[in-house]
Ligand binder design. Structure first.
Ligand code: ADP
Ligand code: AMP
Length: 219
């Protein structure tokens, strides 16, 4: 009798765990900082050691811009070149779709690094409208770096990136957009005690040592 009970329980436990993981809400870390602060670089390193999926708003937008038949391709291209923030309806749909597809493929992949989002008030309101209650924002990783270092890194990246916005003219605009639109969003999360700030002007490994300390503590 006890043997049978034990047997049926041991069969149920894995299926219960399976169901719990299926209903896991996406756990999100927003990754913010100026253009060239090293967000993408650090996210790639995080993914190697931690169970996070990296979603870059900029990468998703570039992909959509290049997708044949995209109705938003030209609009996205113009916004990116001008360093302006693409309307949130487009960005949020790309992010939501990428999150859903990731979790559909593997239900254990519910931790996301969302890099380059929310970049302004419009982004934040869009997130709250579409994702409120559907995902938990754990904290914000803020890569803090002077404008000068950011610009120099992007100009260096521009020598091989082929990006239409890694040039001085676009960068001046991107920095302005960052200062005027993104910094206030970081300040807002700061007031909620949700920001982990990292001095991103140091070497990749030094920055990553701080990232690890934060993730090990938060996880
Ligand atoms: P972001 O995603 O914030 O725009 P990237 O991760 O693409 O920035 O980094 C921008 C450029 O700077 C890349 O060419 C990258 O190799 C370089 N880079 C990133 N982090 C550092 C660092 N800590 N020190 C020096 N160069 C860096
Ligand atoms: P990034 O790859 O993060 O440097 O972003 C490149 C460009 O993509 C930005 O300058 C914007 O034009 C656009 N972009 C990136 N993230 C967003 C976002 N969250 N909302 C709107 N536009 C974005």
């Amino acid at each position: 009798m006890i043997g049978r009970l034990f047997g049926s329980l041991s069969q149920k436990v894995p299926s219960l765990l399976y169901r719990v993981s299926q209903v896991m809400k996406p756990q999100v870390v927003f990754v913010l900082g100026g253009p060239g602060a090293g967000k993408g670089t650090q996210c790639s390193k995080i993914v190697e050691s931690y169970k996070y999926t990296h979603l870059s708003a900029g990468d998703l937008l570039r992909e959509e811009r290049n997708r044949e038949g995209s109705e938003f391709g030209q609009l996205i291209a113009n916004y990116i070149k001008e360093g302006k923030i693409v309307p949130v309806e487009i960005t949020i749909n790309l992010l939501r779709k990428a999150m859903e597809e990731t979790m559909q493929k593997d239900e254990k992949k519910f931790r996301f690094l969302i890099d380059g989002f929310p970049r302004n008030e419009d982004n934040l309101q869009g997130w709250n409208r579409v994702m409120d209650g559907k995902a938990d924002v754990k904290f914000v990783l803020f890569f803090d770096c002077s404008n000068e270092v950011c610009i120099n890194r992007c100009l260096e990246r521009g020598k091989s990136s082929g990006r239409t916005d890694d040039n001085r003219e676009s960068l001046e605009k991107r920095i302005q957009t960052y200062l005027q639109s993104t910094r206030p969003i970081i300040d807002l999360y700061e007031k909620q005690g949700k920001v982990c700030t990292i001095d991103a002007s140091r070497s990749v490994d030094e920055v990553f040592a701080d990232v690890k300390a934060i993730l090990d503590k938060e996880d």
